[in-house]
Write a protein that binds this ligand. Structure first.
Ligand SMILES: [Mg+2]
Length: 225
């Protein structure tokens, strides 16, 4: 193993609960038009439709909230409504960084033995800001903001890092984005589950693969690296 890549959101720090909270605020705001659960489904549908256009991240999420609000209010949401949506998004951007348990110890130890990188989706500026605020930047050789995490995207990253695929290990909370594509190209994956997973990232089947491990918490990784 030469390079260990870490996912950022819900692997290094808390993310999904903040998005869920923002979504909850949005759905409450739209309660005059639709029940909370239906607004949530409408928003998810808009996000999925927009994924190829906006990519992942908070700004695309904000635009999808505006589009959903306009649609379900049949255009009556008004400028005031749009301002409230922008405020929900900006609050999300400025949430404090809450580093997950064991992360700092693991990075401190592993950075002495391996080249560490961050491999994350999301908006460039937002992820850079979060990394700077986290104080974890010093452990990483490189931060890669990826527009997607498919096999092809990982191959590009590995090529860039000038290593072989079997010298690459990815650690993350999403089986779909962090683990499955990496195993498929011959890399290694360690899954560190987080209690909340975005619907889009959910995988229902069990993974059995010689290059795959699952741990209950981040610190367990040090037992075998
Ligand atoms: Mg993640």
């Amino acid at each position: 193993m030469k390079v260990i890549a870490f996912d950022a959101d819900d692997t290094l720090w808390v993310n999904e609960p903040y998005f869920s909270e923002a979504e909850q605020h949005f759905c409450q705001m739209m309660e005059n038009f639709l029940p909370i659960h239906s607004t949530s489904q409408e928003l998810f549908k808009t996000e999925m439709d927009n994924l190829d256009t906006y990519g992942y991240g908070v700004k695309g999420f904000m635009l999808s909230m505006i589009e959903t609000a306009t649609r379900i209010s049949k255009g009556t949401i008004g400028l005031d409504g749009i301002e409230r949506i922008l405020a929900i998004g900006k609050e999300l951007i400025h949430k404090p960084i809450e580093i997950l348990p064991g992360v700092e110890d693991v990075l401190e130890t592993l950075s002495q033995k391996y080249r560490l990188v961050v491999a994350t989706k999301g908006d460039l500026l937002d992820q850079e800001r979060k990394l700077a605020k986290s104080g974890l930047e010093k452990y990483f050789h490189h931060i890669e903001i990826m527009s997607n995490k498919k096999e092809h995207d990982y191959l590009k990253l590995i090529h860039h890092l000038d290593i072989q695929t079997n010298e690459f290990l990815m650690i993350g909370n999403s089986l779909k984005s962090d683990i499955l594509p990496v195993l498929a190209i011959g890399g290694h994956g360690i899954h560190v589950p987080f209690h909340t997973t975005w619907e889009h990232e959910q995988v229902s089947h069990q993974i059995i693969h010689e290059n795959f491990r699952e741990v209950n918490e981040m610190l367990e990784i040090l037992d075998f690296l």
